[in-house]
Design a protein around this ligand. Structure first.
Ligand code: GMT
Length: 380
């Protein structure tokens, strides 16, 4: 480590979304480098629930229900907790993931804490800019959060450009790509659960997301059904839960493939499941980055995804997978047949993807950049 250990407050949405996952992984790697990571969240983030890690601390935001409030004021309770933790732990900075409401709560906390200085780093993840932040009622608030952070990062060039285009903020946005732990995400790690999904010789297609409309999970089912129609003996493993899961189930039924589709719901040991997949399907409408495809690449799965948003920064067409226009289930289906029938192509693309995950999207590379940024904004 260059310089003194830092005390970093981290706030994220602790549910299964990519921003919370990235924040949790970042906290783990900072802690391993000897920094203190203080998570200030509503509950223990999803990927930190399993094991004890030295240098990681949790500070739960408690929002007491009160009959007068129709909605409990989470943003306020969070700001109060941020202030309290920053004062008691003498935090060097707050790193908030997802602009709404975290950058605003952090601003409030920093104001309440004066004259103690609390620098704020905000990382933009995707829907905070492309969806939520563009809602009329949140637009100015999002811009305010960006402009009043001491440093702002975006997880892809696409998201950086989008933020600049939409918000035209008077602040530099730096791009720090997401990363995947290739020690954890690797093919057939530990006891392999493959036999519980598929019979010997079957091809395991996989999808993982929070099943929101933007993920287009019906396209996943269409692409898989095309593979089966094209003569591949395969199964589809769907990991995660969300509002469109029902649509995917119904479509699988309608297309006559439901006996081959397993819905696993939200799972804790994602690397163990991903290590058993052969082809990853990710036909989203738009993604700022696509953390799940990157984790799939680390597991040597070729990826079939949409050519949209930040996905092409991660997945290279014809190298570690195939990209097609959003909604083009016919082309994606043809790629699914090709990969399903050709184990050598799967192995070759899988190896390319793993190499890219290890060489370009390593935790060390990303954590070095975050650490350098922290040292810029924190007191020496
Ligand atoms: O949409 C999600 O899956 C959740 C969302 C979030 O912010 O929690 O994910 C966004 O952040 C991830 C981590 O940076 C990115 O990998 C995802 O691409 C991004 N999702 C979208 O842009 C739709």
């Amino acid at each position: 480590m260059n310089g003194r250990p830092l005390k970093i407050g981290i706030t994220c949405h602790p549910t299964v979304g990519g921003s919370g996952i990235l924040a949790s992984e970042l906290g783990k790697f900072l802690a391993r480098r000897g920094h203190e990571a203080h998570f200030i969240t509503m509950s223990v983030p999803y990927r930190l629930r399993e094991e004890f890690s030295e240098n990681i601390y949790f500070h739960t935001v408690e929002v007491e229900p009160y009959p007068l409030f129709e909605h409990t004021p989470y943003n306020m309770a969070l700001a109060a907790k941020m202030r309290e933790v920053a004062a008691s732990e003498k935090l060097d900075l707050l790193h908030v993931h997802y602009a709404i409401p975290h950058a605003i709560s952090a601003f409030l906390a920093a104001q309440m804490l004066l004259p103690q200085v609390l620098p704020i780093v905000t990382t933009l993840h995707g829907t905070d800019i492309t969806l939520v932040g563009q809602d009329k009622s949140f637009f100015e608030l999002t811009r305010f959060g960006i402009e009043n952070s001491n440093a702002v990062t975006a997880v892809s060039d696409y998201l950086k450009a989008k933020t600049e285009e939409v918000f035209n903020p008077k602040r530099e946005i730096r791009r720090i790509h997401n990363f995947a732990d290739s020690g954890l995400f690797r093919k057939h790690r530990g006891p392999c659960h493959r036999s519980s999904f598929a019979a010997e010789g079957q091809v395991v297609y996989m999808h993982m997301s929070n099943f929101r409309p933007v993920k287009r999970v019906e396209d996943v089912v269409h692409v898989f059904a095309a593979a089966i129609k094209g003569g591949v003996d395969g199964v589809l493993v769907m990991v995660g839960e969300g509002p469109t899961q029902r649509l995917a189930r119904d479509l699988a039924e309608k297309l006559g493939v439901s006996a081959r589709v397993k819905f696993l719901g939200n799972q804790m040991d994602v690397p163990a499941i991903m290590g058993c997949g052969d082809v990853f399907l990710f036909p989203s409408e738009v993604e700022s980055f696509g953390l799940a495809p990157l984790e799939a690449m680390a597991c040597e799965m070729p990826v079939i995804a949409s050519d949209s948003g930040g996905i092409p920064e991660v997945v290279r067409h014809n190298v570690d997978g195939f990209l097609a226009p959003v909604g083009d289930v016919q082309s994606m289906g043809e790629y699914a047949v090709r990969l399903g029938r050709d184990p050598e192509l799967r192995a070759q693309m899988g190896a390319e993807g793993r190499r890219r995950a290890v060489e370009v999207f390593s935790p060390d590379h990303a954590v070095d950049q975050y650490e350098a940024l922290y040292r810029e904004v924190a007191a020496p």
